[in-house]
Design a protein around this ligand. Structure first.
Ligand SMILES: Cc1ncc(C[n+]2csc(CCOP(=O)(O)OP(=O)(O)O)c2C)c(N)n1
Length: 727
C-alpha cells in the first residue's frame, strides 16, 4: 500500500510553468546542463570500464534531478556535504569538475579526492566542503551530525577556532559561519542501518541544521524497498521525529525537487532544526557495472522506470515551456559531450600515483606523537600527594580543557548531570562517568563541553569523527571495552581512514578513552574483555595503554595534543590501585608515543608487557630474584602502536631470552606479532625460543576460581620466567 502512495507522488508530472519554478530561465538551462553532464559522465565511465581503462563504475543515473536541485539550493564551500556514491550530480553542481571525477576513475596521482586510493564516486573536496566518504552505507550520517554540532559549537565559541602553536591546532583550519547547513544523503536501503536512526536521534534532539536526503530508487542492489523498509515508505516511519521538517517528493521532477530542497535548506538555515527530504527516483542502470538487474527486475518494471527518466522529462519540459528549442538542446548537449570527451582524454593521459606514495598520510605528516616536543619531565610539584591513575586522568582532562577550548568530552554517563538544575543549585554532586573519570567537567566547563550521548556507541564515535573533521578535538569515552563493538564500523572503516583515503585533505584527530580489562573478581564475560590487537591490526590509529598514574597523565596529554586519532586504553583494575600512584606532574607533562619504560632492569631475560600485567610481572620478577637470583628485565611498552622496537631489540640483545606477556588471549594476540618479529630480526641474538604468557583462548568467567585460571597470574609469569631462564 505504502509503495503505491510513493508511486502516486512519482506519477505527478512536471506540470508547473517555468515562472512558478523558483528558478530563472538561465538557471533552468544550467539545471538541465548539469543533469545531462552527470549522465554523460556516467556513460563515459561505463565505456571506459568496458575498455578496462577504469576498474569500477557506479552511476548517478536517475538521481540527477533531485541532486542538482540539492546542489543549487545549497552553498559550496560554505555549507558542508556528506554525499554517498550515487551523488555525482550534486558534486558537479557544487563545482567538482568532470575531469576531477574521471581522474578518480582512472586512479590518477592527481585525483584530488583520493590520489588514486578510492573507487570512482567516492567524493571529496576540501575547497567545496565535500567531506571524504567511504563505501560503507550510513556511516556518513553520524559524521554529518557531528559536523553540524561543530559548526554550532564554533559559532558559540569563536575563540576556539583560532590557530595555536604547539599542537594539532597548528594544522587544523577552522571555518564557520553560524548558519551553515550540512547535507547528507543515503539510499533508501541503507536507512535500515542503525546509524541512520542514531543520527536522526541526535539531529532531532539537538535541532541541528542537517538536511537528510533519502534517494529512494526502490532497490538496494537486488533487494526491493519493502524488504528494507516496513510498509515500503521511509517518510511514514520517520514522521514522528520531533523538530524535523519533512518533504516527500518526486525526485525525477527537477522543479518539485528544487522547491523541496529550497524549503528544507531554509528551515535548517533559520535554525529550526533538521530536515529530511525523501525523493523518489529511478535507477535506469544496474546497481553498478558488477550487477545485472535483469536477473531480478522484469522488463515491464524497467520500462516503467524509463518513462520517468529525469533527463528526458526535463528536456521535454524545457521545450514545452519554450526555454530551449531543439537547436538549443542540441547545442547544449554537444558542448557537454565535448567537455566530457576532453576531460576523458586528459584523465587517460594522467600520471599514475607512485608506489612510494602508498604510506603517505596513514598518519599525520605534520606532527607525530613521537615528536620531541612531547618528551617532557614532570614539573617540580608543591603537592607530593600520591594520586591514582583515575585522579590523574581526571586532572589531565581538566588541564587540557582549560588550555584548549576545542576539546569536548562526551559519552555514556560522562556528564555530571544532564538535567543540570539540581547540579547548578548544588543539590546533587554529579556522576561524571561510571568510573568517575570525567567528574566535574560539566560543572566546570559547561553543558556544551561535557555532555551525555545516547546509549549508542557508533553515535559517539561517528559524531566525534564529524566534529574532528571540522576542527574540534573530541575526547570521548566508550563506557566499557566490552561494548565497543557497535562502534566498530566507525572505528575500522572510518576513523583510521579519513586522512589516507582523502590523500591528506581531511583528518580526524580525536581521542577515544576506553576502560578495558579484567582481574575484577566477578567482572565476567561482559566487563573483563581485552582485545587491543583488533585495533593494533588497523593502520591509521594510535593505541596506547598505560600501567600507572604518571604514564596515564603524560600519554593522555600527548594523545590530546597530537594530530592522529588515538585509542586510549585505561585498565579498570589499575584506576585506583596502590601500584603506580604518582604526584600530579603539572599541566604540561607529556610522554611521546613509542617509548617503552624499563620498569626493572635485569640481565638474564626480558619480559615485554603492558597494562595490568606490568604489576603482576613485577611481582613475579621480584620473587624470582629473591628466590633464585634470576634477574629479569621488565619492559612496559606503554604504547602499542607505535611500539618501541629499539628498546625491545636492545634488551633482547642483552638478555638473549624474551617473554611477551599480555592479559588478552594468547592466539592471534598482540604478543604473536612481537614474537614473530623478534624471531625474524633478532634470531641470532636468541638463546631460547620466544615465549608468550597470556590468557586462555576462552572468555573471562564470572566465578573467581575460573577467572584466576583464565587470566595470566603472577605464578604463571614466575613459572615461565623460571623455565625460560633454564632453557
Ligand atoms: C555497511 C555496508 N553493507 C553492505 C554494503 C554493500 N552495498 C553497497 S551498496 C549496497 C546497496 C545500497 O542500497 P541503497 O542504500 O538503496 O542505495 P542505492 O545503491 O540503491 O542508491 C550494498 C548492500 C556496503 N557498502 N556497506
Amino acid at each position: 500500500m505504502a509503495r503505491q502512495s510513493g508511486s502516486s507522488v512519482q506519477e505527478r508530472k512536471t506540470a508547473v510553468k517555468a515562472e512558478e519554478s523558483l528558478l530563472s530561465r538561465e538557471q533552468l538551462v544550467e539545471f538541465y546542463r548539469l543533469m545531462y553532464l552527470s549522465r554523460r559522465t556516467d556513460d563515459r565511465e561505463i565505456v571506459l570500464k568496458r575498455q578496462q581503462k577504469i576498474f569500477f563504475q557506479v552511476s548517478c543515473a536517475g538521481h540527477e534531478a533531485l541532486l542538482v536541485a540539492a546542489g543549487m539550493a545549497m552553498k559550496p564551500g560554505y555549507d558542508w556535504f556528506f554525499p554517498y556514491y550515487r551523488d555525482r550530480a550534486i558534486c558537479l553542481a557544487l563545482g567538482n569538475t568532470v575531469e576531477e571525477q574521471l581522474l578518480q576513475a582512472v586512479g590518477a596521482a592527481d585525483d584530488t579526492a583520493s590520489g588514486g586510493r578510492q573507487m570512482p564516486s567516492h567524493w571529496s573536496s576540501e575547497k567545496l566542503n565535500i567531506v571524504t566518504s567511504s563505501s560503507s552505507t550510513a556511516t556518513q550520517c553520524l559524521q554529518a551530525v557531528g559536523c553540524a554540532e561543530a559548526g554550532r559549537y564554533f559559532s558559540q565559541h569563536p575563540e576556539a577556532a583560532k590557530k595555536h602553536d604547539g599542537d594539532y591546532r597548528e594544522f587544523k583550519d577552522v571555518s564557520f559561519h553560524g548558519d551553515e547547513v550540512v547535507y547528507v544523503s543515503i539510499g533508501e536501503g541503507s536507512t535500515s542501518q542503525g546509524e541512520f536512526w542514531e543520527s536522526l536521534n541526535t539531529a532531532s534532539n539537538g535541532k541541528l541544521p542537517v538536511v537528510f536526503v533519502v534517494e529512494d530508487n526502490g532497490y538496494a542492489i537486488s533487494t526491493p524497498v519493502e524488504v528494507n523498509t516496513p510498509g515500503g515508505n521511509i517518510s511514514k516511519l520517520v514522521a514522528n521525529f520531533p523538530n524535523f521538517h519533512f518533504a516527500e517528493v518526486d525526485g525525477t521532477d527537477p522543479v518539485a525537487s528544487y522547491k523541496a530542497m529550497v524549503e528544507a535548506v531554509a528551515y535548517c538555515r533559520a535554525g529550526n532544526g533538521p530536515a529530511l527530504v525523501h525523493g523518489h527516483v529511478i535507477r535506469p542502470y544496474s546497481h553498478s557495472l558488477s550487477d545485472d538487474e535483469r536477473l531480478y527486475r522484469s522488463a515491464e518494471e524497467l520500462e516503467a522506470d524509463a518513462a520517468k527518466d529525469p533527463i528526458s522529462r526535463m528536456q521535454m519540459w524545457l521545450l514545452r515551456e519554450g526555454i530551449l528549442d531543439a537547436d538549443g538542446i542540441n547545442r547544449l548537449e554537444r558542448q557537454v559531450d565535448e567537455e566530457v570527451q576532453r576531460a576523458s582524454d586528459r584523465a587517460l593521459m594522467a600520471t599514475l600515483p607512485s608506489v612510494s606514495s602508498i604510506t603517505k598520510f596513514v598518519y599525520s605528516e605534520d606532527l607525530t606523537p613521537m615528536d620531541v616536543r612531547f618528551d617532557t619531565q614532570p614539573a617540580a610539584t608543591a603537592d607530593p600527594t600520591e594520586r591514582t591513575m583515575a585522579d590523574l586522568i581526571n586532572c589531565c582532562l581538566k588541564d587540557e580543557m582549560r588550555r584548549d577550548e576545542r576539546i569536548v568530552v562526551f559519552g555514556e554517563d560522562v556528564a555530571d548531570a544532564s538535567r543540570d538544575e539540581a547540579l547548578r543549585a548544588g543539590k546533587v554532586k554529579g556522576k561524571g562517568g561510571v568510573f568517575k573519570l570525567t567528574a566535574g567537567l560539566q560543572a566546570e566547563f559547561g553543558n556544551d563541553r561535557c555532555f551525555n550521548s545516547p546509549l549508542a556507541e557508533a553515535n559517539i564515535v561517528g559524531r566525534a569523527i564529524g566534529m574532528a573533521e571540522r576542527g574540534l578535538k573530541p575526547v570521548v569515552e566508550i563506557q566499557f571495552f566490552d561494548y565497543i563493538w557497535p562502534a566498530m564500523h566507525q572505528m575500522r572503516n572510518e576513523l583510521p581512514l579519513v586522512r589516507w583515503r582523502s590523500n591528506g585533505e581531511f583528518s580526524c584527530p580525536l581521542v577515544i578513552r576506553v576502560p578495558i580489562g579484567g582481574y575484577l573478581t566477578g567482572g565476567s564475560i561482559y566487563h573483563s574483555q581485552s582485545g587491543e590487537s583488533i585495533f593494533t591490526h588497523t593502520p591509521g590509529v594510535r593505541i596506547v595503554m598505560p600501567s600507572n598514574a604518571l604514564d596515564a597523565s603524560g600519554l593522555l596529554r600527548t594523545a590530546i595534543r597530537c594530530d592522529d586519532p588515538v585509542i586510549f586504553l585505561e585498565h579498570k583494575r589499575l584506576y585506583r590501585e596502590t601500584f603506580g600512584r604518582a604526584a600530579y606532574p603539572g599541566p604540561e607533562y607529556c610522554i611521546p608515543f613509542g617509548k617503552a619504560k624499563t620498569v626493572r632492569p635485569g640481565k638474564d631475560l626480558t619480559v615485554l608487557t603492558y597494562g595490568a600485567v606490568v604489576p603482576r610481572a613485577l611481582q613475579a620478577a621480584q620473587k624470582l630474584h629473591r628466590e633464585t637470583g634470576i634477574d629479569v628485565e621488565l619492559i612496559d611498552l606503554r604504547s602499542l602502536t607505535p611500539y618501541d622496537w629499539e628498546a625491545i631489540a636492545e634488551s633482547v640483545k642483552k638478555t638473549n631470552r624474551v617473554i611477551v606477556a599480555h592479559e588478552d588471549m594468547l592466539s592471534w594476540g598482540y604478543g604473536a606479532e612481537l614474537a614473530a618479529r623478534i624471531g625474524d630480526e633478532l634470531f641470532h641474538d636468541l638463546d631460547a625460543p620466544v615465549r608468550r604468557v597470556a590468557a586462555m583462548d576462552t572468555f573471562v568467567a564470572y566465578q573467581p576460581v575460573l577467572e584466576d585460571a583464565i587470566l595470566p597470574q603472577p605464578e604463571d609469569l614466575y613459572r615461565a620466567m623460571q623455565e625460560l631462564a633454564a632453557f
